[in-house]
Design a protein around this ligand. Sequence first.
Ligand SMILES: C[C@H](O)[C@H](O)[C@H]1CNC2=NC(N)=NC(=O)C2=N1
Length: 101
Amino acid sequence: MVERLAPDQRDAELARLHGWKLERNGDAIVKTFQFKDFSEAFAFMTRIALAAEKANHHPEWSNVWNKVTIALTTHSAGGLTAKDIALAAGIEKIAAAQDRS
Ligand SMILES: C[C@H](O)[C@H](O)[C@H]1CNC2=NC(N)=NC(=O)C2=N1
């Protein structure tokens, strides 16, 4: 079982991610991504879904037209773990490959 990150570890990891904010008393990280249109937003979600399924680690998310809001937390650990950091890094790579304008 994967362990929650200690607060100092968590803050160090967070400093290397762009735009992710701590929420839920430090137990989740959240970011909203904006795209050109719905098609780009949904393509982004599809790519994340495939990566999430492969890693067996899944986002909490919502979509409103060209925006996707994502929260990452590890349910089994009741907080933030290395799995969330890894998924956030993967999401950043996927986002960089899409049309945000
Ligand atoms: C049974 C299955 O492996 C678990 O429910 C996995 C699936 N995806 C998951 N995703 C997240 N974010 N946290 C979990 O604890 C988790 N657990």
